[in-house]
Write a protein that binds this ligand. Structure first.
Ligand code: GLY
Length: 422
């Protein structure tokens, strides 16, 4: 099988690493890829947001199967165009990707399907949103409706903070994503993620994870795309996972099918867990980044079989064959991240690092420049460990992170603290 993976971050490096281990993969191309991916696949320059260009590329390169990593190409209709052209693809249609692209859409679907989530209201006008806030208890959550690169959510402790978030959104801080604002009640509890592959008929859980969104140790400081993650998430017990499947995932998939927009791909359910119950925080329509890095370390070659079965509508009866293992990934970020990451700095110490089934340094924002590997983004490397226990996985991940020689990078030293405490 000739396979094309779209994307160029740590998630796509982990996907490529897992896919490469499967003998069904003949040729692997990643577009655009990054300096680490280049060691195991051909990296191709391609506008992955241009559906026609992706279709044309697949025809020229005899691609049999496309795996879409990030949400933006899905929202742009790349999966639709590939299906229309007869190319097998893992990833939902643009209509189904609205589960991530519009928070108001998802909230309305939750109401229709009886999915438990926070009380909410949506606004397209600043005055109405501010008036609603005036009578709302705090804390309160203010969200830009659309895709805002992880920056559109404010958990406001005061009404002033909430009002500032509303004004920022309507003032254009998030571009078109902020033209509509969702205000919702704050949900206390512990957050975890459940990943489920769905082929339009069947739904198969493919792992749980928890990530650390704040930049600083102790979960402090500004929000990021994620500074580390681990899988499984012990807080999401088998009973709670079953509850999430029954109350959240299956009703959502059924409602999408009833609407004539069945979901095919991986559904990422962000869940809030409190008092033995789960509620939906948000959906994403792709693997999480960096959660995917921990998941792929655990799934290995079978990830390709599952994604392929999902794309072909053959998921019925499928399941992940787990090894009773744990994985943890630590994000190495460029100084200044998330506000103003410094790019172009040289990363050393990469030669001779272990690259095994229990230790992998995935590249996220890296590039090759004159024979050097340099930082080319905010989140730059993902040191990932796998072990029989979470503590062992953590030790292996941090040993890798420590071995990287990058004075202009930093990482949190407490990834996994919730699961490892006490
Ligand atoms: N790590 C959070 C996300 O991928 O959305």
């Amino acid at each position: 099988m000739n396979i094309l993976i779209l994307g160029g971050g740590g998630r796509e490096h982990a996907l490529a690493w897992a896919v490469r281990q499967n003998p069904k993969c003949d040729r692997l191309i990643v577009a655009p890829g990054n300096a680490g991916i280049a060691a195991l696949a051909r990296c191709a320059a391609l506008d992955i947001l241009d559906p026609a260009a992706v279709v044309e590329f697949c025809a020229a390169e005899a691609v049999d199967f496309v795996i879409v990593g990030p949400e933006a190409p899905l929202v742009a209709g790349v999966a639709d165009a590939l299906r229309a052209a007869g190319v097998l693809v893992f990833g939902p249609s643009a209509a189904a990707a609205r589960l991530e692209a519009s928070k108001a859409f998802t909230k309305a679907l939750c109401a229709e399907a009886g999915v438990p989530t926070a009380e909410w209201a949506a606004f397209e006008e600043e005055g109405a949103a501010l008036a609603y806030l005036a009578g709302h208890p705090v804390p309160v959550v203010v969200k830009a409706d659309g895709l805002a690169a992880g920056k559109g959510v404010t958990v406001a402790a005061t009404r002033d903070e909430a009002a500032a978030a509303v004004r920022a959104a309507f003032g254009g801080a998030f571009g078109p994503a902020g033209a509509r604002v969702v205000i919702e009640a704050f949900m206390p509890g512990e957050e975890a993620s459940l990943f489920v592959m769905a082929d339009g008929q069947s739904a198969v859980p493919v792992g749980t994870a928890q990530d650390h969104k704040r930049v600083g140790e102790g979960d402090t400081g500004p929000n990021t795309g994620g500074m580390g993650a681990y899988s499984p998430a012990p807080v999401l017990t088998p009973a709670l996972e079953a509850q999430a499947m029954d109350l959240i995932v299956r009703p959502t998939l059924a409602a999408m099918a009833r609407r004539g927009t069945p979901f095919q791909g991986v559904l990422y359910a962000g869940l809030m867990i409190a008092d033995g119950t789960v509620r939906l925080v948000e959906f994403n329509v792709r693997f999480g980044d960096p959660e995917c890095q921990a998941l792929m370390m655990r799934m290995g070659a079978q990830a390709l079989d599952l994604m392929h079965a999902c794309a072909e509508g053959r998921l019925a009866g499928a399941a992940v064959n787990w090894a009773d293992d744990h994985a943890l990934t630590v994000v190495l970020a460029a100084e200044g991240y998330p506000a103003a990451p410094r790019t172009g700095t040289t990363i050393g110490g990469l030669e001779g690092l272990p690259a095994t089934a229990s230790q992998m340094l995935f590249h996220a924002g890296t590039a090759e420049a004159g024979g050097r590997i340099v930082a080319a983004g905010g989140r730059v490397l993902n040191a990932t460990g796998r072990g029989a226990t979470l503590a062992e996985a953590r030790e292996r991940a941090y040993a890798l992170a420590e071995a990287v020689d990058w004075p202009h990078g930093f990482f949190r030293r407490d990834i996994g603290w919730r699961a490892l405490r006490g």
